[in-house]
Design a protein around this ligand. Structure first.
Ligand code: PRT
Ligand code: MG
Length: 218
């Protein structure tokens, strides 16, 4: 019985740098073009005849996998929980891409902020679902303005007083005069798998899940 070709969807940005040693630990060796960040190529072969890699945006890695277009993927739980796709499940915490999703606002305003006076607030974020859920749990209705990046600019530009964004060292917030006022979620990258693929090729899928589990040392 020959194995079907599986597709692994990986994010093309910062997670990729941390993912390379993990792929090596899993003995997954992508073809040389994969390491050229400027390459226009999107799909790459590996040393495994049954595994190709696609390089996409972080949110899209979850979408490709959720719809079964990719069988496996790598995504932060920020992305996984923002979408809440039914088609994926995340069996392995890869321990990379660690950060947190937090609420931040201008330093001077944070000092005077009184949560008891909130009823309706406006937030600039790439994570409207997680943001609304976080504030709804506190009885506050959050109006979310969806951005794809540079959330840190929103308060000083008068777009929204608050932002919800990922924070790791905190230097981006600091450079923009913002402070963290609340943490929503601890984040790390996970191996995600297509539930459909798991159902139709359980043996082959489980083999790759085990390889990632071992490579991540968990
Ligand atoms: O298309 P996009 O650029 O969003 O994604 P991508 O395809 O380039 O993906 P990639 O590889 O950048 O992965 C994004 C994922 O990395 C996120 O979904 C998180 O799971 C994870 N991650 C971990 C982070 C960070 N840490 C992080 N610090 N993603 C983004 N940041 C940004 C943050 O948005 C802010 O602008 O870094 C800045 C803050 O960093 P500090 O160190 O200044 O606090
Ligand atoms: Mg990026």
């Amino acid at each position: 019985m020959s194995d079907e070709k599986l597709i692994l969807a990986v994010p093309k940005g910062r997670i990729l740098d941390e993912l390379l040693p993990l792929l090596a630990a899993c003995d997954i060796q992508p073809e040389a073009d994969f390491f050229e960040k400027d390459s226009r190529k999107l799909r790459f072969e590996t040393n495994h005849p049954d595994l190709d890699i696609i390089r996409v945006r972080a949110f899209d890695a979850a979408t490709f996998t959720a719809f079964g277009a990719a069988h496996l993927g790598v995504a932060g739980n920020d992305v996984i929980e923002e979408f809440e796709y039914e088609g994926i499940y995340a069996p392995v915490d890869l321990g990379i891409g660690q950060c947190r999703l937090s609420v931040a606002m201008p330093k001077e305003e944070a000092a005077q902020d009184d949560p008891r006076r909130w009823s309706h607030i406006r937030v600039a974020t790439k994570y409207p679902h997680l943001t609304r859920k976080h504030f709804a749990a506190r009885g506050v209705q959050a109006e979310c303005i969806k951005l794809s990046g540079a959330m840190e600019l929103a308060p000083s530009m008068g777009l929204a007083r608050r932002i919800v964004d990922l924070v790791s060292t905190g230097s981006t917030l600091k450079a923009n005069g913002l402070v963290e006022v609340d943490k929503i979620l601890d984040v790390s990258a996970r191996l995600i798998v297509s539930r459909k693929a798991l159902k139709t090729m359980p043996g082959q899928m489980q083999r790759w899940i085990d390889i990632f589990r071992e490579g991540a040392g968990v």
